[in-house]
Design a protein around this ligand. Structure first.
Ligand SMILES: *[C@@H]1O[C@H](CO)[C@@H](O)[C@H](O)[C@H]1NC(C)=O
Ligand SMILES: *[C@@H]1O[C@H](CO)[C@@H](O)[C@H](O)[C@H]1NC(C)=O
Ligand SMILES: *[C@@H]1O[C@H](CO)[C@@H](O)[C@H](O)[C@H]1NC(C)=O
Length: 333
């Protein structure tokens, strides 16, 4: 009896110490539901979907078919990932090869059609591959930012659109965390100072004219697939969903742009929060996602093949003179 009495406080003390250590070091986030996937892959490679450039963007690279803003690349590279650009309008076999070789997918923001663009079509193929892989126990994380968030919602709704117009362009906002945030994989173990920044400071970068409301997440039954974790409010007081986490898949989406805080300085981007706590908050999302990608065991057939796909085969070009959104961009023919 006394032995048990002694052990319990010791166990409690160890847990306390582990908790304190975890708070400061936390080298690898493990969600209870994903322990079976906890295999550290310390060479994570993340695919970023490219999209058709606007006319002004194309003026810098007239031959190009698609582009990726360099801020997304740097955002992932800053957490120890390498990037493979994913081209548009390619045969299915290309997407299958790339998918089987990368450890996660980032669907970035931008201005392409969800329905008819090469971005929308490639996104749909990759989304189906991600669903199939995860259903088969092959852990594969997907992240959508802004337009990528909207594409995830569109695809998960069976290619139906439940967005409504709103006013949140060139606006910094804060997050209102919903009750599910505290049990989510994304926010549950986020550092307290990051959560405080996100909820108390206008630290998220918003550049969108379309919004998903909580009402429509329910009306569309998308709430069976995604939990809304946080909302923000637009210029007219409309509350919109700002973060989603898929209930049964490692899929996340944010309506805001965490990569802009640290990497975008366009002269017209007057709203982007560049102060230290906002930078740290923006980088938290990349840290989380790259650590998810570390659980995927996909890889290229060889290091030689890997080298031919990596983004280092391309050089970023200065686009700050033609686009207020992107200082540097990668172009693909
Ligand atoms: C819900 O989605 C529909 C499109 O299916 C849209 O017309 C409507 O404005 C949306 N309503 C809200 C409250 O978001
Ligand atoms: C913008 O800068 C790029 C890269 O230096 C250059 O190729 C392009 O001609 C410039 N465009 C304009 C309109 O100044
Ligand atoms: C910035 O805004 C000004 C005024 O609206 C506009 O004339 C200019 O083209 C914009 N610059 C870029 C790079 O988009």
């Amino acid at each position: 009896m006394s032995g048990t009495g002694l052990r319990l406080p010791l166990v409690a003390l160890c847990l306390l110490i582990a908790g304190v250590l975890a708070d400061h070091q936390r080298p690898f986030r493990v969600h209870p539901n994903s322990i079976r996937y906890n295999v550290n892959n310390n060479r994570p490679i993340i695919g970023i979907l490219s999209q058709e450039p606007s006319k002004t963007m194309a003026s810098v690279s007239p031959e190009s078919v698609s582009y990726i803003a360099a801020s997304y690349v740097k955002w992932l590279e800053g957490q120890g990932a390498r990037v493979v650009p994913i081209k548009v309008n390619q045969p299915d076999s290309y997407y299958k090869t790339v998918f089987d070789s990368i450890n996660g997918l980032l669907i970035p923001g931008g201005g392409a059609s969800l329905v008819s663009s090469g971005y929308g079509k490639a996104g749909s193929i990759l989304y189906d591959l991600a669903i199939e892989a995860n259903d088969n126990g092959d852990f594969f994380p997907v992240w959508g930012t802004c337009l990528g968030f909207e594409l995830l919602l569109y695809l998960s709704a069976g290619k139906r659109d439940f967005l409504t117009t709103c006013n949140s362009y060139n606006r910094a906002s804060s997050l209102k965390f919903l009750s599910d945030a505290s049990v989510s994989r994304l926010y549950q173990r986020a550092p307290n100072d990051v959560l405080k920044t996100l909820s108390k400071e206008k630290s998220t970068s918003n550049f969108h004219h379309w919004c998903m409301t909580k009402e429509n997440l329910t009306a569309s039954s998308l709430d069976n697939f995604y939990r809304p974790l946080a909302t923000s409010t637009d210029d007219d007081g409309l509350e919109f969903v700002a973060t989603i986490e898929a209930i049964s898949y490692p899929f996340w989406g944010v309506q805001f742009h965490p990569e802009k805080n640290v990497y975008e300085w366009g002269a017209n981007l007057t709203s982007v929060p560049h102060w230290p706590s906002a930078i740290k908050a923006g980088q938290y999302f990349a840290e989380f996602f790259v650590n998810q990608a570390r659980k995927s065991q996909h890889r290229f057939a060889s290091r030689q093949e890997e080298a031919t796909y990596l983004i280092y085969n391309y050089a970023p070009v200065y686009t700050g003179n033609v686009s207020s959104s992107f200082l540097q961009s990668y172009f693909f023919n």
